[in-house]
Design a protein around this ligand. Structure first.
Ligand code: ADP
Ligand code: MG
Length: 673
């Protein structure tokens, strides 16, 4: 499995470099390189039966001589008729004149394409074809690609490397494999790359998902064991003057905020480590709850740390806390990946000697070399991006005492799921928005409404308002021509549509200093429109922004769209959200009819399975490759098994190694002892 790819047939110097771009260096990497999807060519359709708009397989016999025409600009069209014995369809190929020779009358083909019913009969445009034979692979994997590598080439390379896959060893004990009807690991990997039928493909996926979930559950138990073993420092109200903090706020707390703050403070006043999640819809005011808890801890002589999933969000929290704490004698510090070396050194020294009481940051604050003197409270924002394991890494940093832990989440996780994933965490819900909050008027719009949408936007800008435009991608995908999907090409398009508007771009590939500069300029009103990826999804607060436009809205989950929509409607002005979609999507209508984040999350769960609660797969750092939360059943099975296994004398060494390496990948292997 450690065989370098250049020893594999079909991989030369040049191809090797390209594969490296995909993160593929060894045969083992190839084994773990998952198809993005599969094409089910085993289901052969009759032409009359082929569903409209869906790419399907048909077996057709060429029944006319092909005609080749040349259009302008070197374009060529090759047309040929082919029949399934009942109906006849016209196949059209662009710019593939060489196919003419192989399309001889009577040749039988497997055709992969969309059958459309035109006014002159059936058409299949730009299909993939291959000479028909009985042993064509029935299910074809489709891999992610990079420039200069084709599917066929990649499939061939993987096929050539398959001999190495024989060395793959099980990480599950044989007894578990047998008890749960799983496959041998090597068999499962083989099946993912060379599937023969749907059933075994599903069993292979299930095997690998099982393994992942079991290791995850075992890791969770290990971590929880460590967390609950500890004792926390019990805080108290005496001499904290905490009432002054709440009195200094420019607004009065909502009933729900008050209730939750009391629950949190009650936890902080005991020596059992707090383990509480505060859930509340976007804009319900979670920050002030967190700030109150931090102030309380600091006035109790403890340090506290707040961790956010992105630099933008950490920076915003830093500024809000600074404001909230201004009259209260607490000076928070900001520590992220882009803090200068000199600043880092100063902050780390201050945390180590206790002179810094409150720090806000990204996961920079849990790095190995950050030491705390007496960490008493850890707050993590947007739970599902960090998870209990990272939290544990931070808890692990305070020697002797276990810090209290508070988690803020805008994604309402169904109780059943949170029990499985986070175990014994207590949950407080802020189920009330501050008064005067308006609902954001939401509409779905198609391409035909684009002109009207821009006119509307121009009017809002004229009134002095600002807008976000969200695109799903940073740059166009390989060979992509869709100029509205990516931030980079949207800008040009937008500047033509609204030449007077001042636009800025923001995306995750920018350096964080650039990002901060752009966000800062937008917050100060120096731009009318922010064209961005979903980096603005969480927490960003610009009250003057009243319009949220999401391009290709169908690419996003409902909860994510709801989060995005939460970026507007934060000020006094009426706000709008426009979801642009090419095809009418009834899925998105839920958003137009309700503003209730819990109802939306429920619909989201129903629609796509709870995939994203596990981790941010889109952002590429999900812990799970095979499992999704649609695997509720597997999750429960592995949970029960993990609980049984940890009751036993010793864990199977293979599993133990897997758990250790899993925790290691999160930087918290030292928990495992
Ligand atoms: P979220 O729960 O999404 O994190 P924030 O904490 O960012 O929400 O709060 C959103 C906005 O509401 C902030 O501008 C904050 O100052 C304001 N806010 C919070 N609580 C109240 C309240 N009780 N009354 C009025 N405004 C509030
Ligand atoms: Mg927030």
């Amino acid at each position: 499995m450690t065989t370098p790819l250049r020893y594999i047939k079909g991989v030369g110097e040049v191809t090797g470099k390209k594969l490296e771009k995909l993160g593929l260096v060894t045969a083992g990497d190839l084994a773990g390189f998952l198809p993005r999807r599969y094409e089910y060519k085993n289901e052969i359709y009759m032409l009359w039966d082929a569903p409209e708009g869906q790419t399907v397989a048909t077996v057709l016999t060429v029944c006319s001589a092909p005609t080749l025409r040349h259009g302008g600009k070197g374009v060529s069209y090759l047309k040929v008729c082919a029949t399934d014995g009942v109906d006849t369809a016209t196949l059209t190929f662009f710019n593939q004149p060489w196919l003419e020779k192989s399309l001889v009358s009577g040749r039988k083909l497997r055709v992969w394409g969309k059958v459309s019913r035109g006014s002159y009969g059936l058409d299949i445009t730009s299909p993939e074809i291959e000479p028909y034979s009985d042993d064509l692979p029935a299910i074809v994997p489709v891999y992610p690609l990079t420039k200069g590598i084709t599917q066929q080439q990649l499939r061939r390379i993987i096929r050539n490397a398959a001999l190495c896959f024989e060395q793959i060893e099980n990480s599950l004990p044989d007894s578990i494999i047998a008890d749960y009807g799983l496959m041998q690991r090597r068999e499962a990997i083989r099946t993912l790359h060379f599937p023969e039928e749907k059933e075994s493909l599903e069993r292979a996926r299930r095997t690998l998902a099982f393994e992942e979930l079991l290791v995850f559950q075992l890791a969770l138990r290990t971590v929880r064991g460590t967390l609950s073993r500890g004792e926390a420092v019990a805080m108290g109200y005496k001499d904290t003057g905490i009432g002054r903090f709440f009195a200094s706020l420019p607004f009065s707390l909502t009933g729900a905020q008050e209730r939750v703050i009391k629950e949190v403070f009650a936890d902080l006043c005991t020596d059992t480590p707090m383990c509480r999640m505060v859930q509340g819809d976007v804009g319900c005011g979670k920050t002030v709850v967190a700030a109150g808890a931090m102030a309380f801890a600091v006035k109790n002589g403890m340090q506290c740390a707040m961790m956010a999933p992105t630099e933008i969000l950490a920076t915003q929290h830093y500024h809000s806390l600074k404001g909230l704490f201004a009259d209260f004698g607490i000076e928070p510090e900001l520590l992220t990946g882009s803090t200068t070396a000199k600043e880092k050194k100063r902050i780390k020294a201050g945390l180590a000697d206790g002179s810094i009481a409150a720090v806000v940051g990204t996961n920079a604050i849990i790095q190995k070399d950050v030491v705390y003197k007496n960490l008493g409270l850890v707050i993590t924002d947007e739970q599902h991006r960090f998870g209990v394991l990272q939290r544990a890494a931070l808890a692990d940093k305070s020697e002797g005492k276990t810090p209290h832990s508070l988690v803020m989440s805008a994604t309402p996780i169904p109780r059943s799921l949170s029990l499985i994933l986070y175990g014994d965490m207590d949950v407080s819900v802020i189920d009330e928005l501050p008064p005067g909050r308006q609902t954001v008027e939401t509409k779905c719009a198609g391409e035909e409404n684009r002109g009207a949408m821009y006119a509307f936007l121009a009017k809002q800008i004229e009134k002095g308002r600002q807008a976000y435009i969200i695109c799903p991608l940073v740059e166009d995908a390989e060979g992509g021509t869709d100029d509205k999907k990516s931030v980079e090409s949207y800008r040009g398009h937008f500047e033509k549509a609204l030449p007077k508007a001042r636009a800025l771009c923001l995306h995750g590939r920018m350096k964080s200093t650039e990002k901060d500069a752009v966000m800062g300029a937008f917050e100060r009103g120096e731009a009318d429109v922010l064209i961005s990826t979903t980096v603005v999804e969480v927490g960003v607060n610009v009250p003057n922004a009243t319009v949220m436009i999401v391009e290709n809205a169908e690419c996003f989950g409902l909860s994510q769209l709801h989060q995005l929509r939460g970026r507007v409607g934060r000020g006094e002005h009426k706000s709008f959200c426009i979801l642009m979609t090419e095809k009418a999507s009834p899925r998105l209508e839920v958003l137009c009819s309700t503003n209730d984040g819990f109802a939306i999350a429920a619909a989201d769960l129903e629609q796509r399975g709870p995939g994203d609660f596990f981790g941010a797969r889109q952002s590429g750092d999900s812990r799970f490759v095979h499992a999704t939360t649609a695997d509720l059943r597997l999750t429960e099975e592995t949970r029960a098994l993990a609980s049984h296994l940890s009751g036993e004398e010793s864990l199977d060494p293979r599993l133990r190694a897997a758990v250790r390496s899993f925790l290691g990948s999160l930087g918290s292997e030292n928990i495992f002892n």
